[in-house]
Design a protein around this ligand. Structure first.
Ligand code: MN3
Length: 205
């Protein structure tokens, strides 16, 4: 099978108390696992696409046969989005952005605190399931956006720098309906070193 579920880069309980162990276990193993399985199943009928990376598939959904396009959009997006999500979190609490990324955030959004406010507002404003993102747009500017379901900004020509999952499966066991509390706590897990690396990579195209 072309795609595999990546191992979580830390223990299931490593993001406690902000994200609980049981949520991480179910979210990674079952939810992300199912996106990978379903993506591979969808691609069974399109052998010519099986050699492509997820970064190649998502910006070119028009090139995916119509019969499996929605499955690739949902499950391919789910695979990319969650792979990023695990990588941009880390145990031991957040550090803070510095260097080029901090300067770009200040230029585009005013400050890191303003960025957090904008991402939280995007996540709270997303009705139902989806994601809130910091993206690098085609013109080279940072912006905060939200997508429904598992739609990935790569499919609309934006590079995801940071994204937070606001599906209920990401927080319901610990926070129930309190999405604002989850979002507030989530910032304590952000791995700004990894986010900065994503920014530099996106700038190079
Ligand atoms: Mn999720």
């Amino acid at each position: 099978m072309p795609f595999e579920l990546p191992a979580l880069p830390y223990g299931y309980n490593a993001l406690e108390p902000h994200i609980d162990e049981q949520t991480m276990r179910i979210h990674h193993d079952r939810h992300h696992g199912t996106y990978v399985t379903s993506l591979n199943k969808a691609l069974e009928s399109a052998p010519n696409l099986q050699g492509k990376t997820i970064n190649e598939l998502l910006p070119s959904l028009d090139a995916v046969p119509e019969g499996i396009r929605m499955a690739v959009r949902n499950n391919g997006g789910g695979h990319y989005n969650h792979t990023m999500f695990w990588e941009i979190m880390k145990p031991g609490g957040a550090n803070t952005p510095s260097g080029d990324l901090a300067a770009a955030i200040t230029a585009a959004l005013g400050s890191v605190d303003k960025l957090k406010e904008a991402v939280n507002a995007a996540g709270l404003g997303r009705f139902g399931s989806g994601w809130a993102w910091l993206v690098l747009e085609k013109g080279g500017k940072l912006a905060v956006v939200s997508t429904p379901n598992q739609d990935c900004p790569l499919s609309t020509g934006q590079h995801p720098i940071l994204g937070v999952d606001v599906w209920e499966h990401a927080y319901y066991l610990k926070y129930q309906n309190r999405r604002p509390d989850y979002l507030t706590a989530w910032w304590n897990t952000v791995n700004w070193t990894e986010v900065a690396a994503r920014y530099q990579k996106a700038r190079k195209g």
